[in-house]
Design a protein around this ligand. Sequence first.
Ligand code: MG
Length: 335
Amino acid sequence: MPDDIILLAHGDGGKLTHELVEQLFLRYLGNPALAALSDAAWMAVPGSRLAVTTDSFVVSPLFFPGGDIGKLAVCGTVNDLAVSGARPSYLTAGFIIEEGFPLADLEKIVASMARAAAEAGVQVVAGDTKVVGRGHGDGLFINTTGIGFPLPGVELGYHRVQPGDKILINGPVSDHGLAVITCREGLEVDTGIVSDCASLNGLIQEVLAACSGVHLMRDPTRGGVATTLKEIATSCRVDIHLEEESIPVRDAVRGAAEMLGLDPLYLANEGKVLIIVSPAQVAACLEVMHQHPLGQDAAIIGEVQPGAGQVYLHTLLGGTRYLDLLAGTPLPRIC
Ligand code: MG
């Protein structure tokens, strides 16, 4: 494989994505806000701060169990703001549409965006439409940019993570990844797996209001829980220990992942948040999560320990696995 062209794996959120971001984009475009490489950038504006994030959506197929590209384009950007400790407020939406795309499908997608935006309490305040010729796009791509404002008294970041902190997740992992893959492969009738695509700002704001001990949040999208935790361990210079038996995975998801030779810890989630919280507040945090519809299956899955950036998975069989950034078989166009 030549190393001077873009590969599908440059877009999977794993090792090659990291290299591309650090060695090309940051090298040319870097500044303190961008270099933080967080889900949303915080910028000073007169009298306040502003969180900004942007994301492009190229999911295939455009409609999948539990969602579609429009819902995903709203929820994904809302969640990047929410996990950064911002109150999501405004979105922009850019549509790149291929000539010949059915108007009825476009309307379904835009209506779905409108529902998702209303549920999340955000407004689409600017947009753009471009049409490319037949064969020069693949139906529809959407880019959304999100703007959020600070929640009073909330400060999250890698610098706040400490040994002893607990790691929580709000429910079962990899529903989105498996829903899209099985739908693409024509297997959805057999598995019944539905994407977890949802806006998490409501749940997150309740957690933050109740627990001052939340130190960091991330949404484990591309690359899954394993890649996101490896990024956290590396950035915080700590080790993370995970207990496999505590990580919720639905039976249908586990079965389908095994059949396809995929590891649920590396598959995308679109309605999940990893919360790193002080041991003193973990019980309070879990209680708030359990009372929210999107946190009923919340669980403590691991702990932060002193170290140098390793993620250890203590397996059901009593062994230990190192988890690294996603590298290997790319699963393109999952979001
Ligand atoms: Mg994110």
